[in-house]
Design a protein around this ligand. Sequence first.
Ligand SMILES: Cc1cc2nc3c(=O)[nH]c(=O)nc-3n(C[C@H](O)[C@H](O)[C@H](O)COP(=O)(O)OP(=O)(O)OC[C@H]3O[C@@H](n4cnc5c(N)ncnc54)[C@H](O)[C@@H]3O)c2cc1C
Length: 397
Amino acid sequence: MLVYTSRRLLHSNRSQILRAFSTHSNTKPYDAVVIGAGPGGLTAASNLMDQGFSNICMFDPHFTAGRIHEKYREVPSNTKTHMFEKWATGTKTFSQIIEAAPKPNAYTTMLSFDQDEGCMLGDAVDVAQLLSDGIRKVPGVDSVTARVRKLRRERDVWDLPEHGITSRKVVLTPGSHPKRFDLVDKYPHVKELDLDITLKPSALRETVPAGSKVGVIGASHSAVLALKNLYELGNVSIVNFHRSPLLYAEYKDGWILYDNTGLKGVAADWAREILASENPNPRLRRINLKTDGRTDKEIYDRELEDYTHLVSAIGYEMNALPTIEVDGQEVLADFDPLTGRFKEKESQRPLPGLYGAGIAYPERVTDRAGNVESAVGWFKFMRFCKRVAPEWAAEAP
Ligand SMILES: Cc1cc2nc3c(=O)[nH]c(=O)nc-3n(C[C@H](O)[C@H](O)[C@H](O)COP(=O)(O)OP(=O)(O)OC[C@H]3O[C@@H](n4cnc5c(N)ncnc54)[C@H](O)[C@@H]3O)c2cc1C
């Protein structure tokens, strides 16, 4: 069921009602539609509002501040608390919502933490929820509790045919989910253990019985947190299959080396102390697939013989996008990670008025040592949107 929430609907404005429920896109277009209302979508919407966009529609099937609320509340943050605080006050729109919110609230709670330490993602996402609830009440912002499955470019506007809505601009912030490694299908005696469960200690305890043997594939931040949570169960054996060495973020004078790819916070501390220990616990082994000398198949055939569970922690991939049609033809969209704009993949023609942000469409950055990374994190989404939103706003509709 679709739930349309609009202050103007509440005031029974007839043209709004028509626009919200009409199956024909013949009413006034929105200035912008934002698809996805996780931290990425909230950041994009608030930046466009700072740019003077007064007529915005946000879509999300839940409006619960994205995947972190759903899956990762029990994950310790890899960024310091002050980065979430900077994010929450990064736009005038956000600051006004925070200022107007009754106190105490999630933001004032966050202010009471040591700003130089990490926090639990549950505490950060409560602040995002405060902003999500607040932004939906701003006059001129409509919100639709639904998924967008189709976008059509017609006569200089974007049409959302399922919803009877048109918009001059559309921002895609659909988020991402863990990539699945199909290795598990080849070893049917081994149960697939969802990465998201390993990142939620309260669920993990219920899912993995004592005496289990668990393989974890990957060396990412999430892989290390999965290993830590499994290790802390105290009664399971774990093997970590990896190719790359552990990479740690390094705090330099005014910048961070491997800011987006290196381990930070609790995950880094635990990796240094336990995973990379010179006296490893026999319950926790690591196998480097690159240097082992055996083929991957030989390793897995031998190692997984008596394993009960296998976790893929090999990174994240973008959630399914709405289909995009231009002049009646379905097209694939190529993202430009410097401008946040898109082109048609095949023709390389610009897709005017279509933009991306958040974890699905991060900015590409080059650090002072020349490393090129995707900038993933709430404050990084903010920095990106602050730079590109004025350009998006200035682009002819
Ligand atoms: C384990 C983990 C730990 C992390 N830790 C940190 C950290 O400490 N600090 C930090 O800054 N960042 C962290 N990140 C990275 C990143 O900042 C978060 O993943 C962030 O929450 C991503 O926000 P998002 O809005 O881009 O995506 P999401 O939170 O996934 O939100 C996307 C939203 O879009 C909706 N959606 C998708 N498709 C559609 C559609 N077709 N129509 C309508 N709605 C749609 C989804 O339902 C969802 O609500 C972490 C990530 C992970 C995975």
